[in-house]
Design a protein around this ligand. Structure first.
Ligand SMILES: [Zn+2]
Length: 345
């Protein structure tokens, strides 16, 4: 089958479309999906350069998100049939341990992510356990379906399971051009929060307003902590979403109110941050790490998509032959929303 692959560790410039063996169903609980569209995430850029403790089999198929139609089903699969329109939770647990039973697949010792620990989604076929599937709403285009899963699931756990955002609270979200940031905005609004978003682009800020953002801060021009203090009558934010890392961590803490929660699922500008322990205890902050989500959480968030409450914003769609350009656009930070690769029209 044709797939976008990384022949060796490197960068987006190294990606090529190649013929590789199609994945086969190996366990009776699995399905094989004919991929129509695949979505890429910032995570994929880190994968290109290699991640600690992960060994790839080259050529490595990239990508974690996909949507398509079921092509074949394993012997023990129930509730799914050939031809069903599906999208998928990219995280696969062992589904045999106590953590998986508690919907904590991301903490499972055998947890694997499509495109990271196992072959990815930017290819004509992908094999996943049927428990990872969700139906694609009839009204949802393939591009939106491809961009939904990783960002929506990650954001769902960040906003509900970890930061436990409540109605009336104020949430600050850095860098609203990204898929997780936009999903966090949409979920926080669904939960009844007031949301402040930042970007260095006035254009991206205006587009975030259309997604429901209450206050827009251009972090290239404005002192974000000072602005947040003014917007909250001196109380600061109840929740800060910081996936930026080194460049924003100190500002995030300055913008965080007493009893506040800082939640992070990444550090795009660098991983090493410092926190003054005196402020941590005195203000009784919670600093919360979060990644991905469980199969039941995935069904919850997919239900919101089904009921039309939130869909991802798609930045652009390119054909498989130009898949490398989608990575280039993400590396440049030019996108607003999801970058999607059409694998098979
Ligand atoms: Zn497990």
């Amino acid at each position: 089958m044709k797939a976008l692959v990384l022949p060796k560790l490197g960068g987006w410039q190294d990606l090529v479309v190649a013929d590789v063996p199609a994945p086969e169903i190996r366990r009776p609980n699995e399905v094989r999906v004919r991929v129509h569209t695949a979505g890429i995430n910032h995570l994929d850029l880190f994968i290109l350069g290699g991640l600690p403790g992960i060994t790839y089999a080259f050529p490595h198929i990239v990508g974690s998100d996909a949507a398509g139609t079921i092509e074949s089903v394993g012997a023990e699969v129930t509730g799914w049939a050939v031809g069903d329109r599906v999208m998928m939770n990219p995280g696969i647990g062992c589904n045999a341990c106590d953590l998986c039973a508690a919907d904590q697949q991301p903490l499972c010792l055998r947890y694997a992510l499509l495109g990271e620990h196992v072959p990815g989604t930017v290819g004509e076929y992908v094999v996943v356990p049927a428990t990872n599937l969700a139906r694609v709403p009839q009204a949802m285009p393939w591009a939106e379906a491809a961009g939904f899963s990783l960002a929506a699931l990650t954001s769902w756990r960040m906003m509900t399971g970890r930061a436990r955002v409540r109605a009336g609270e104020t949430v600050l979200i850095w860098g609203i051009g990204g898929g997780v940031a936009q999903s966090c905005l949409q979920i926080a609004k669904m939960l009844g929060a007031t949301v402040i978003v930042t970007s260095s682009s006035d254009d991206k800020l205006e587009r975030a307003r259309a997604l429901g953002a209450d206050h827009l801060l251009n972090h290239a021009r404005e002192d974000v902590p000072r602005a947040v203090r003014a917007l909250t009558g001196g109380r600061n934010a109840d929740v800060v979403v910081d996936n930026v890392g080194e460049a924003t961590w100190q500002k995030s803490l300055r913008a965080l109110g007493r009893g506040g929660r800082l939640v992070t699922c990444g550090g795009t500008t660098g991983p090493m941050v410092t926190t003054d322990v005196r402020k941590l205890f005195w203000y009784q902050w919670d600093i919360l790490g979060s990644t991905m989500g469980g199969d039941r959480e995935y069904q919850e968030v997919a239900r919101h998509a089904f009921e039309g409450r939130f869909w991802p914003v798609v930045d652009s769609v390119v054909p498989l032959a130009e898949g490398r350009e989608a990575f280039h656009r993400m590396a440049d930070g030019a996108q607003f929303g999801k970058l999607v690769i059409e694998v098979a029209p």
